[in-house]
Design a protein around this ligand. Structure first.
Ligand SMILES: [Zn+2]
Ligand SMILES: [Zn+2]
Length: 274
């Protein structure tokens, strides 16, 4: 399985999902099937299961976004260096790379911290690992369509993420949810389970979720920027914007009414400041 391209429609943006280690490919395919299905509604998704095919796809598809779904690229192997460098150049030039899938559950701390600093110039470090209720943080992407305001996620959080780059953070008063350990209030509220940071002219995303929660799927779809012109309520093209915030987009009154329950929480803040 080198590069399995789905049928191309010219108007749809391309997304490349990369697993560097081929032994991860099958696991990723089965766990993340719901995420791939969601992305395929809006894009042509191509799977690359080794560095050569990833490099070829990157050079030929002008992708809207790239999902790096396992952490093996951070190893200092000569064979990996070229792709890691190409991904960084792609982001600096305006691309989007999202670290997701089994990346967070399989990466080790010192390697991750060093790679983020060396390759991306970010002081991100792996932080707490637990299940808690998360809510939207202050990252600009919070205005993206269909993001959940709050959901429970078992995730490897990051320390050292700027406030303006935290997309999901522990909810107010959030307590750890575990079958084994007693619930505790989350100590370090500065951590982010999902992050979205500008690097050069592009973006680097991180999704710490170790499962495949609906809220994380929606975050990845938003990070890929493939649904920006769609109605916030359904899959149709959007035509009218919320008059108050001028950001939320709908196909019509019906969807606007249905989405208000979700959207009202962020509409006031999204509104242009007078
Ligand atoms: Zn709609
Ligand atoms: Zn609004």
């Amino acid at each position: 399985m080198a590069a399995l391209a789905s049928t191309s429609t010219p108007t749809r943006p391309n997304i490349i999902a990369i697993t560097v280690d081929s032994s991860c490919a099958q696991m990723v395919q089965s766990i993340y099937a719901p995420m791939f299905n969601a992305l395929q509604q809006h894009s042509n998704l191509t799977f690359s299961t080794n560095t050569d095919s990833a490099m070829a796809s990157l050079n030929s598809l002008s992708p809207r976004a790239i999902l790096l779904m396992d952490p093996f690229l951070i190893r200092p192997k000569p064979a990996y260096r070229a792709l890691a460098g190409a991904l960084a150049s792609y982001v600096h030039a305006g691309g989007r790379v999202v670290l997701c899938g089994v990346f967070s559950s399989m990466v080790s701390s010192p390697d991750f911290n060093a790679w983020l600093l060396r390759r991306w110039g970010l002081h991100w470090e792996l932080g707490a690992y637990h299940r808690v209720d998360n809510c939207l943080g202050e990252a600009e992407l919070r205005w993206a369509p269909a993001l959940l305001e709050r959901f429970s996620m078992k995730a490897v959080s990051l320390k050292g993420v700027r406030r303006e780059a935290r997309l999901y953070v522990p909810a107010e008063g959030a307590r750890t949810q575990s079958f084994v350990f007693p619930a505790q209030e989350v100590q370090n509220k500065e951590q982010a389970a999902v992050a979205w940071e500008m690097v050069g002219s592009g973006w680097l995303g991180y999704v710490g979720d170790v499962n495949c929660e609906e809220g994380s799927i929606k975050a990845v779809v938003a990070m890929c920027g493939v649904r920006d012109e769609k109605c916030y309520g359904c899959e149709k093209e959007g035509s009218v914007r919320c008059a108050r915030c001028t950001k939320a987009l709908y196909c019509g009154k019906e969807c606007q009414k249905t989405d208000w329950k979700r959207h009202k929480a962020i509409c006031r803040e999204a509104a242009p400041k007078a």
